[in-house]
Design a protein around this ligand. Structure first.
Ligand code: PLP
Length: 388
């Protein structure tokens, strides 16, 4: 009786798709101890090295003294602290929008926003490589769900032209999380406006890493609120903390407060996380050298891979995947790197399409040139062994 869970687990293993976790000792940084072994890691999303920044930590500690730890209630009950309010105001100013609203996670923000804006009879158009949370949000909303070809405004336009839904929402990642490329948002915005649709962008990986002062893809493409009414970002990546936000008009934010179920029915993030994020936002904006150093590491890594004949994706962001093809090849490469003390995760289906398994290398401003060279040297050894 009961569920027979074994067959699906066995199949995952047989397909080289089984996932398991490792235990990290200590903070997120390039040199970490994982499962008791010291390794040089290229897999965190802490692109600017703020997750373990002394000032961010101090703000977190001070806030714990002032506010305690837990948020204690949802925002609409009495869990909305001064710290949350101030962070929202600062995120609104940062994004150049009238308002911003905090969510507990990016996943919840995406589910909540899309299902608050759309319902049965509406239509949602998603880039086929969108983050799982955007796809799930679209499905949950009950709107007619359509995917268009990756980074293809013509494919989007074809689908938009054929719909008569009253509300149409176009949804895309700003920087694609598994590929590192940037969506053609100027074109998406133009097509969306032409067909009277709204555009929503999830800029989880663009905030902090691209645009002036790390203002993300909206700044990069100069997209104001008219072209890009729904702008979402996460705090767990370049911000180095945790949580997410949506920025937009007064009406949009009030709509989310009233109708986004993942906003309403959940506890606010700890006020200390909000205070830590206020500090990391300041550093993220001010420390231009972090973005400059990161860009120089990206150039160094790409040049090195090119010299080794490794296939990289067309990415100018800190996400620099090496294309492997089949899942077993990506896994074996990742294992060989680990034998050499280097950690890079193999990304396999269903996270990425079949046949496009990859090593997802992510670089951070906290890496040094010497560390990039160590990665390149290990890649060279493994490639040479593979050929021999
Ligand atoms: C990480 C990520 C999310 C989820 O954010 P969390 O705060 O980790 O839940 C959403 N969208 C994209 C594109 C992401 O990379």
């Amino acid at each position: 009786m009961g569920f027979d869970l074994q067959p699906a687990l066995q199949k995952r293993k047989a397909d080289n798709l089984y996932r398991s976790r490792r235990t990290l000792e200590g903070p997120q940084q390039p040199e970490v101890v994982i499962d008791g072994k010291p390794v040089l890691a290229f897999c965190s999303n802490d692109y600017l090295g703020l997750a373990n920044h002394p000032e961010v930590i101090r703000s977190f500690q001070n806030a714990a003294n002032q506010y305690g730890v837990g948020g204690g209630a949802s925002h609409l009950v009495n869990g909305h602290s001064r710290a949350h309010q101030q962070l929202e105001e600062e995120l609104a100013a940062f994004t150049g929008r009238p308002r911003a609203l905090l969510f507990s996670t990016g996943y919840m923000a995406n589910l909540g926003v899309i299902s608050a804006l759309l319902g049965k009879g509406d239509a949602v158009f998603e880039d086929r490589l969108n983050h799982a949370s955007l796809l799930d949000g679209g499905l949950l909303s009950g709107a007619k769900f359509q995917r268009f070809l990756h980074c293809d405004p013509a494919s989007l336009e074809q689908k938009l032209a054929r719909t008569e839904a009253p509300r149409k929402l176009v949804v895309a990642d700003g920087v694609f999380s598994m590929d590192g490329n940037i969506a053609p948002l100027k074109d998406y915005a133009a097509v969306a406006q032409k067909h009277d649709a709204w555009l929503m962008v999830d800029d989880a990986h663009g905030f902090g890493t691209v645009g002036h002062g790390g203002r993300g893809v909206a700044d990069l493409f100069d997209l104001g609120m008219r072209e890009l009414p729904v702008l979402m970002g996460t705090l767990g990546k370049a911000f180095g903390t945790s949580g997410a936000f949506v920025a937009g008009s007064e009406e949009l934010i009030e709509t989310l407060i009233q109708f986004a179920r993942t906003y309403i029915y959940t506890t606010s993030i700890p006020p200390g996380v909000a205070e830590a994020t206020r500090t990391s936002l300041k550093i993220l904006e001010q420390d231009e050298w972090r973005r400059e150093h990161l860009q120089s590491l990206i150039q160094r890594f790409r040049l090195g891979c090119e010299q080794l004949g490794l296939e990289l994706m067309a990415s100018s962001t800190p996400i620099q995947p090496i294309v492997m093809g089949e899942a077993d090849k990506a896994l074996s490469f990742s294992r060989k790197l680990e034998e050499r003390g280097i950690l890079v995760t193999a990304i396999r289906p269903p996270t990425v399409p079949k046949g496009s398994s990859r090593l997802r290398v992510t670089l951070s401003a906290s890496h040094t040139e010497e560390q990039i060279d160590r990665l390149l040297a290990a890649l060279e050894e493994i490639t040479r062994e593979d050929k021999a």
